[in-house]
Each structure stands twice: as C-alpha cells, then as structure tokens.
Design a protein around this ligand. Structure first.
Ligand code: FAD
Length: 403
C-alpha cells in the first residue's frame, strides 16, 4: 500500500542561491543521504521524506514531501536549521505553505507531550531506567524508536516548553526557563497504559540529560517530541555494535527481529559489572568489550596490536566466510580488510574484526558509538568493506567533549 504524501514549500532569500544549494546538497551527501539532480534542482532523500532544493533569482526554493504532518514539521525544522548553520547571510524570516500548518507560530512542537516521571530503577553502576507517563503516546509506537527529550531546568515545577516558529525553527524558552533537547531511545512503551521507559547512561551531573536521570524523582516533568528514526531495514544477517547509549536500541531490535535472522551483537561497557541483561535471540552471537581493560567476553577480539594481526580469511562467529558479496562492487582480495588497528580502540578493533558474510545474504551493519569511533567505523564499513548506504548505518550517539 502506498501512502499519500503531504507537501510544503518555502523560499529563503540568500546572497548566492546556487552556491547555497550546493553547500546544502554536499552536507546531506556527506551524511549518507541520497542526493540526485532533477534538472537543476537537488533532490535529497532522507528517512523522513524528500527535500527538493532549487536555486531561484535571489532565493533557495525548498519543497518537502513526507507521509505525515509530523514528519513535515520535522523536515521543516531540519532543513531550516541546516540553512541557518551553513548558509551565511540567509534571511530566515520565511513562511511555509502547504502541509504541517499545525506548525503555526506559538503551537507546540510535532507530537509534543509533557511526561511525568514515575518509577525509577537502577539497571547497573551507570544506567538508570525511568518510566515516563503521558497521554496519547500512540505516535511513539512503531519503527522510529528514538525521541527528543526536552529537559527542563533542574527543579522547575512548571516548565515552559518550546513552540514552533513560522519559519519551522522551534522558539526556545530563554534565561531561567531554558530547556535542553537531548536524543534518547524508547526502550519500552505501552500506549494503552500511557507510559514509555528510557534507559539513561548516568555519567554525572555534567549534562542536562544525565543530570535529569541522576536526580529524577517521581512527579517531575520532562517534554518529548518526535519520534525520530526509521524502520530497521530488512536483512538476513545483522551486525549491531554499541556502547551503553545504543544498548537500549539494540535490545529493541533483538526483541523485534524474527527468529530466522542471524548476526552478531557487540557491546562496550565500562567493566564486567556493567554488563546488562540483553534479550536472547537464537540467531545472534553476543560479545562484550570492557573499557577497564578486562578481557572481552564472547567478542571477536582484535587486541590493539604491537604488530598487525591479520584477519584475512577469518571465519566469523556464525561461520560466515570473508569474501566478495554478490551484488556488491568490492574490489581486491580481502573485502573485509584488516583495520588500521594500531589507531583504534579495542572496541573499534573488535567491531572491525567481525567478518561480514560474503555469500548472497542481505547484510545490515548498525553501530552507535562515541564520535571518534564513529569515524573509524564509517571508514571501515563504507570504504573498506564497501557496504552501500542501504547496508549500514554508522552513527555518533555522543561526543566526548561538551555541547
Ligand atoms: C539516536 C540516539 C539515541 C540515543 N539513545 C540514548 C539512550 O537511549 N540512552 C542514553 O543514555 N543515551 C542515548 N543517546 C546518547 C545521548 O543523546 C548523549 O549521550 C547525550 O550527549 C547525553 O546528553 P547529556 O545532557 O547527558 O550530556 P551532554 O550535555 O551532551 O554532555 C555533557 C558531558 O557529558 C559527556 N557525555 C555525554 N554522553 C556521555 C556518555 N554516554 N558517556 C560519558 N560521557 C558522556 C560529554 O562528553 C560532555 O563532556 C542517544 C543518542 C542518539 C543520537
């Protein structure tokens, strides 16, 4: 069944429209979005929908299309944010026409809900689960499993929430009412009972998200908007690799994947004491890597070497051979080549040591890590293993420096 698309349009006046379109298209392309040309317009496909950018006399013409009004609102925010950040001199005083008119000035953000903290449960030395209660959580069911939590100032009893500006950018409360958005994953949700649960990495009071979880008591408020993300693509074999921030998402995928799927899961946590209960999936091997230097557990481990350990010809955990995958344009004798392990953390080296099946199985590799590891993994999967955009999603989930 094909769903009907809804559309919206705006124009943003900029000093050099053609250059601005090129800058934006390059940004999306560099971030693994598919960008094509239709005449002189750039057409960008992202998980939420499509963005068409065209250079006009004095402005960029922006047309967006998506399946829902909520997705249209998210696209508006995303594309205008990009213009704001990347196109110097852009006049952001624009108006949108078409769908998503619930995004009028002063309205709430798409699917905004005010949630109330309920049960608080420690899951390990640095992980805490909060049950958050709210009305009408149906939009948060489904394949897009992430949300943007809007964290109020510590101790605020009646928080002020952001509203939607006419140009598609949220208008954020300022001063003592300042709120902070942070992205998290819905670990479990029950819309009938009106709650969702989120597992927070608690790394101190050094960031709004962690501080909120660290000090959470029943009755506190937090905002939520979204959902963010898209369905996990269909594959036969999956690789999931994540530190604690991606662990809730991987747990959801393991719960939801049919029993005939196979693959490998590898987690990095601080120490063996921080290992968590992970849903059992019969087709998946599970490995753990520890930041405290403890010996890895079940991981296909490549220690950071004095000399390079060859993994060429390795037999993977599921007996998959390294070779050339049908339908892909991998070149050279070893399509899953030895990573430059000397520059890698033990976690990154362990991930890169897992051979991606080389037969005609459909494969999908999903990683969620700190930014420095992200760079190594992106290069490994895209350039070395030569997976296509539709075969891997390599993501930064956090940065080891402040926002
Ligand atoms: C799609 C997506 C889904 C995510 N899901 C989850 C989830 O379910 N649970 C979860 O806990 N996180 C999740 N994250 C990661 C989370 O958004 C980041 O860790 C975020 O930076 C936390 O915000 P903060 O306010 O605590 O810290 P920030 O204000 O961002 O940073 C403050 C300080 O804390 C440090 N810091 C931030 N995160 C960490 C960390 N994980 N470990 C150690 N130090 C850290 C920073 O380097 C900085 O020095 C997800 C991220 C994405 C993109």
């Amino acid at each position: 069944m094909t769903s009907k698309l809804v559309r919206a349009h705006t124009q943003v006046t900029v000093p050099d429209p053609a250059a601005a379109c090129d800058v934006l298209a390059t940004f999306y392309r560099d971030n693994d979005c598919s960008v094509s040309m239709d005449g002189k317009d750039h057409v960008i496909s992202i998980s939420l929908g499509t963005v068409r950018l065209g250079a006009r006399d004095t402005a960029i013409s922006i047309d967006i299309a998506a399946a829902t009004d909520a997705a249209i609102s998210q696209l508006k925010t995303g594309v205008i944010t990009m213009v704001d950040q990347r196109v110097p001199g852009a006049n952001l005083d624009c108006r949108w026409h078409g769908a998503g008119q619930n995004s009028e000035k002063g309205s709430k953000l798409p699917n905004f809900r005010e949630l109330t903290v309920g049960h608080v449960q420690d899951l390990g030395p640095n992980m805490r689960r909060l049950r958050l209660h709210g009305d009408d959580l149906n939009p948060y069911l489904g394949g897009a499993i992430h949300v943007r939590l809007i964290i109020p100032p510590q101790g605020a009893s009646t928080p002020k929430w952001p509203t939607m500006g006419e140009n598609g950018l949220p208008v954020w409360p300022q001063g003592e009412d300042k709120v902070e958005p942070r992205v998290y994953t819905i670990r479990q949700i029950n819309a009938d009972e009106g709650w969702m649960e989120i597992d927070f990495v608690v790394h101190g009071d050094n960031g709004p998200g962690s501080r909120f979880a660290n000090n959470a008591t029943p009755g506190q408020f937090v905002g939520v908007t979204g959902p963010i993300g898209s369905d996990l693509p269909q594959a036969d074999w999956y690789l999931f690799a994540a530190d604690e921030t991606g662990l809730p998402a991987v747990c959801r995928y393991l719960e939801e994947l049919p029993a005939d799927k196979t693959g490998h899961v590898i987690f990095e946590v601080s120490s063996p004491k921080a290992k968590m209960t992970v849903p059992h999936h019969p087709g998946f091997d599970l490995g753990w890597v520890y930041r405290d230097g403890s010996a890895p557990d079940g991981a296909h481990h490549t220690p950071v070497p004095d000399h390079h350990n060859s993994i060429a010809g390795a037999v993977g955990p599921m007996g998959a051979r390294v070779g050339t995958q049908a339908g892909l344009t991998r070149t050279g004798p070893n399509p899953n080549p030895e990573p430059n392990a000397a520059d890698m953390s033990p976690f990154a080296a362990s991930i890169c040591a897992i051979p991606v099946p080389a037969d005609d199985q459909r494969v999908y590799c999903w990683t969620a890590t700190e930014q420095k590891i992200y760079r190594q993994l992106h290069s490994h999967f895209r350039k070395d293993v030569k997976l296509g955009r539709d075969q891997c999603l390599v993501m930064t989930f956090w940065r080891a420096e402040a926002h």
